[in-house]
Ligand binder design. Structure first.
Ligand code: AP5
Length: 221
């Protein structure tokens, strides 16, 4: 199963991607996480990407494409993947098709997580992320058992620096500018399925899995 999760910031792409990866035993590839790792490790890519990410802007396509191509060269992606945060525009969608065509593969499903602006702002302002395993929590919607501590690995939770109101508004504008053409691109390829991401995360997960099963008979859940 080769799946892309599309949707506005805060729709729950990361939350669903982690759960899908676990259920389907596939690698979760998040371009946001890969970029943040590069920033943390102060790599050349991280140094270039940092300014864009802090402003809520897209990191230039060629940098992200190179990073993704490297990740796709790792053998765990042969059995499939859950791709979260890529593509963000038409050029990236074409790059992804080229990368997959190069190894005679295609996407099975593009899951579009649709959410309203009010929900997004409420979610991002309360999001907390684990500094150890990257799990997502929310101070109200999905609180950890002990405040500030990850349920899974016990590491500290932190608030992402781009989750402030000003940067969230920029991220939303960037998303809205590109979203319609990206959705049309995958609709035309008959790969897109829409999900109401305002529902409970467990319900959203089951709906995505049902849709994935309908598109890939051999899927083991
Ligand atoms: P990235 O990390 O990809 O951020 P994003 O797309 O803005 O998405 P988020 O991670 O904010 O939201 P999400 O949809 O994953 O929501 P989550 O599951 O956490 O990118 C960051 C930056 O990196 C970009 O701005 C850009 O600069 C750069 N970048 C990344 N990819 C790039 C690319 N391809 N090209 C160029 N630049 C790129 O959920 C949010 C909160 O809601 C959590 O607290 C969660 O607990 C809660 N929640 C989730 N689902 C539910 C639910 N169903 N009900 C209740 N609460 C829920």
């Amino acid at each position: 199963m080769r799946m892309v999760l599309l949707g506005p910031p805060g729709a729950g792409k990361g939350t669903q991607a982690i759960r899908l990866a676990e259920r389907l035993k596939l690698p979760h590839i998040s371009t946001g996480d890969l970029l943040r790792e590069n920033v943390k490790n102060n790599t050349d890519l991280g140094k270039e990407a940092k300014g864009y990410m802090e402003k809520g802007l897209l990191v230039p396509d060629e940098l992200v494409a190179k990073m993704l191509a490297m990740r796709f060269r790792q053998p765990d992606t042969k059995k499939g993947f859950i791709l979260d945060g890529y593509p963000r525009n038409l050029a990236q969608a074409q790059t992804l098709d080229d990368l997959l065509n190069g190894v005679k593969m295609a996407l099975d499903l593009v899951a579009y997580l649709d959410s309203s602006e009010a929900v997004i702002i409420q979610r991002l302002s309360g999001r907390r992320v684990c500094s150890g395993c990257g799990a997502n929590f929310h101070v109200k919607n999905m609180p950890p058992k002990a405040e500030g501590i990850c349920d899974n690995c016990g590491a500290n939770l932190y608030q992402r620096s781009d989750d402030n109101e000003e940067t969230v508004m920029v991220r939303l504008q960037v998303y809205q500018k590109e979203a319609a053409s990206l959705i049309k691109y995958y609709q035309d390829q008959c790969r897109l399925a829409r999900f109401n991401a305002d529902l409970d995360p467990g319900i959203v997960l089951n709906q995505i899995i049902e849709s994935a099963k309908a598109r890939n008979d051999s899927l083991k859940v």
